[in-house]
Design a protein. Structure first.
Length: 432
């Protein structure tokens, strides 16, 4: 093995077609994207590599193809330069370019706002060159292992899907009162109906004291709305009956969220584990006060994404400090007689998720309205049972976390094993 300039091993030239001038046709149109397009004409009919040289998000991506094609003007078309003295197996070098992608980009790119790789700097980059028999041998090993990797990854992905189904099954049983066995369940004299009456009385008192605004009375729950049976001492209720307040953030997004002293939470910050501060933005005090007066989030409140692609994610506010919110996030304030983790798991359960998504509206942006959230129904057990259900759920979810971690580790090792074939070839001692 020896290091040689790309310019000495390959002929390469810029592609010729702008994406905006593409006309759908029968020939492959190769761009920097992972997905190929088509065009009604072709410029090449050969075996080649196509390298993305001027697409910031895909810089360094390399495609292999053999046949009639045309390439984007943001790419280089690469073919063997001296097949007699330096024979090339292009499938092998497709792997090499992918293996060296990050280093090629790092050492050849130019520009700041719009990065690109020039023909000269690309040609001067040195790649390892192997004798042709070594290229073919390594490629064959790689292809064989790649087939095994695909089969194993398919099985591991299936196992991850089964864990998702297992989590959903646990949540389903929890909401039906079947998760904690009757032998271990500690039952109190209070029923879900008693708890519901207690929360309603608490709300009425807060309204009388002018600490809560009186809201429109919610309709009674009909038999048609009830999706399954629950224990007799539980009660079906609407979220608006058991929440002291259901609201959302501002409907008038601030123009500047890059500076200020108050955190500004949007849907991108809401994760299963709580509020993710890694990409948080900020607003100034004036904007914050306007927004905070609407929602005043406090630690322990329920946060629910009601707008956009991640609609349905629900978590518990884990921040002690004040912050502002966008309207894509709904906030549910609870009575002290309700366990917030129980409500969170209820809203993560399959029946609740399906019920809210069935009637979402919007095309580009789907959303669940506050009215929909207030009218949504959940099963209500007594407080002590809520705590026991959550304890069992978290035990089972931790078990699922362990299984999931183990499977993802297997996926990572599977990927590393495939790369090892190429790595061993690159460590060879052969000299040209």
């Amino acid at each position: 093995m020896s290091l040689m300039r790309i310019n000495d091993l390959f002929h390469f030239e810029k592609g010729s077609l702008q994406s905006s001038k593409c006309t759908e046709g029968e020939f492959d149109f190769i761009t920097a994207s992972s997905e190929w397009k088509t065009h009604n004409e072709y410029t090449h009919n050969c075996e080649a590599l196509v390298f993305a040289a001027a697409a910031s998000g895909s810089l360094g991506r390399t495609h292999y193809l053999n046949g009639k094609f045309i390439a984007s003007d943001l790419c280089f078309v690469i073919t063997p330069k001296d097949p007699i003295n330096f024979p090339i197996d292009l499938k092998f070098y497709h792997m090499i370019f992918n293996e060296f992608k990050d280093d090629i980009v790092k050492n050849t790119k130019a520009g700041t706002s719009k990065e690109a790789i020039g023909l000269k700097s690309f040609g001067n980059y040195k790649l390892p060159y192997f004798q042709i028999d070594k290229q073919v041998e390594t490629k064959n090993q790689f292809v064989k292992m790649q087939s095994s990797k695909i089969d194993l990854n398919s099985e591991l992905t299936h196992q991850l899907d089964l864990i998702i189904q297992l989590r959903q099954a646990f949540l389903r049983e929890a909401m039906q009162g079947k998760l904690v066995s009757s032998e271990t369940l500690e039952v109190s004299s209070e029923t879900g109906h008693d708890l519901l009456a207690k929360i309603k009385a608490e709300k009425a008192q807060l309204i009388a004291e002018k600490k809560l605004k009186k809201e429109k009375e919610l309709p009674p729950i009909t038999n048609e709305e009830i999706p399954f049976e629950i224990p007799e001492h539980w009660a079906w209720c609407r979220l608006g009956e058991i929440c002291l307040k259901i609201t959302d953030g501002t409907h008038h997004s601030p123009t500047n969220t890059q500076s200020g002293e108050y955190k500004y939470v949007t849907a991108k910050n809401i994760k299963d584990e709580g509020i993710d501060l890694s990409n948080i933005t900020y607003v100034n005090e004036k904007v914050h006060k306007e927004i905070f007066s609407r929602c005043n989030p406090e630690k322990g409140d329920i946060l629910y994404i009601k707008d956009g692609a991640t609609t349905g994610i629900v978590t518990i506010n884990n921040l002690d400090e004040e912050y502002s919110m966008l309207s894509s996030v709904a906030l549910l304030k609870l009575s002290n007689s309700l366990f917030n983790k129980y409500l969170m798991y209820s809203m993560r359960s399959p029946f609740y998720y399906q019920a809210t998504r069935n009637e979402m509206y919007g095309v580009a942006i789907t959303r669940v309205t506050l009215e929909k959230i207030k009218n949504a129904i959940i099963p209500l057990p007594p407080l002590n049972e809520q705590e026991q259900i959550v304890a069992k759920l978290e035990e089972l979810m931790t078990f699922c976390d362990g299984l999931e971690k183990s499977i993802k580790e297997s996926q990572r090792y599977n990927e590393l094993l495939l790369q090892q074939v190429l790595r061993e070839a690159l460590q060879g001692k052969e000299e040209v």
